[in-house]
Write a protein that binds this ligand. Sequence first.
Ligand SMILES: [Zn+2]
Ligand SMILES: [Zn+2]
Length: 367
Amino acid sequence: MSTSARGVILSEAGSEPELIDLIIDDPGPDEVLIKITASGVCHTDLHVKNMNGMGMAFPILLGHEGAGIVEKVGEGVMDLKPGDPVVIAYRAPCEQCPACLRGDPRRCWIALRPKQRIHRASDGRLCSQVLRCGTFATHTVVHSKAAIKMPSEMPLDKACLIACGVITGVGAALNTAPIFPGANVAVFGCGGVGISVIQGARLAHAKRIIAVDLSPTKLQWAKVFGATHTVLAGSGDPVAAVREIADGVGVDFAYEAVGIPLTIKQAVESLAYAGTATHIGLPADEQHVDLNFGNIDTGVYWNKATIKVCHCGDALPSNDFPLLAQLYLQGQLKLDEMVTAKIGLGDVSDAFHAMETGDVLRSVIIL
Ligand SMILES: [Zn+2]
Ligand SMILES: [Zn+2]
């Protein structure tokens, strides 16, 4: 029997998010229907709106940072049952690509997806789901391996943050370019992802964690999450400031969570000899970065810089999500402090506007 639901969709290119009625088919084999209880509002949802659907067919059900309760399970689902609390992973490894087959699922580039089962009630049209999730809704259907069970004591309005922003930042620091104890670290861009890199650096016992941002408010927040030093990017040369704080030689690890050529370049130029710059921020289509290779102090060649790219913290959700929940429950991972606004399903447009104009760490939709 199908399920009546409500959800926030983009109906066509250029349109504003609208809350509408949905009809959801029962989950098929290896799928689960989830009653969403909370969903973070991430920049990627805003990108989907601003980049005309990012290649997905309209209408598009928004949201990909959600948590909820399993309501129905499809045929063959053995490890989940109705009532289980879960966080939805947008990248559940496929188990069939070359990376999965060689036993390296963190490098998988094909995520498991459900069949399309969510219809717009008004005309029956099937909806695309952002990153195979679609969590700005009362209910959604995902692949069963993308529903990661949470400990019963884990509050789901905090657990949802793990699904994208937190795993991306913490994973960059622990998985993509693992920080060694005592390292000097710089983080360019202190939104939800940058703050999570800072948390990862703290968990990895970095010596100095230098937060760089244009916003004094975000730098204050960065300190709450573990930054030991802050650099206000608008006042002077942030590269020189970072290098000076890091013993005058630069940092072992720089993480860039903005996605513009200027900060990508600054992250690389902040490195100490043989350091690693990791790029997390989503760049625009036409972006090129002009990096110097030959300068004796900061050139990529003479500085022996490594440049990496991080997608979703190179996560293995089945392992990493329960670990992050455990760290939260032990008081080592701060999630409560990340929530700067609690909103309803009807407030997505306002939340997008706040992201574009103000200082927001995370707005969380509570259902
Ligand atoms: Zn996201
Ligand atoms: Zn794979």
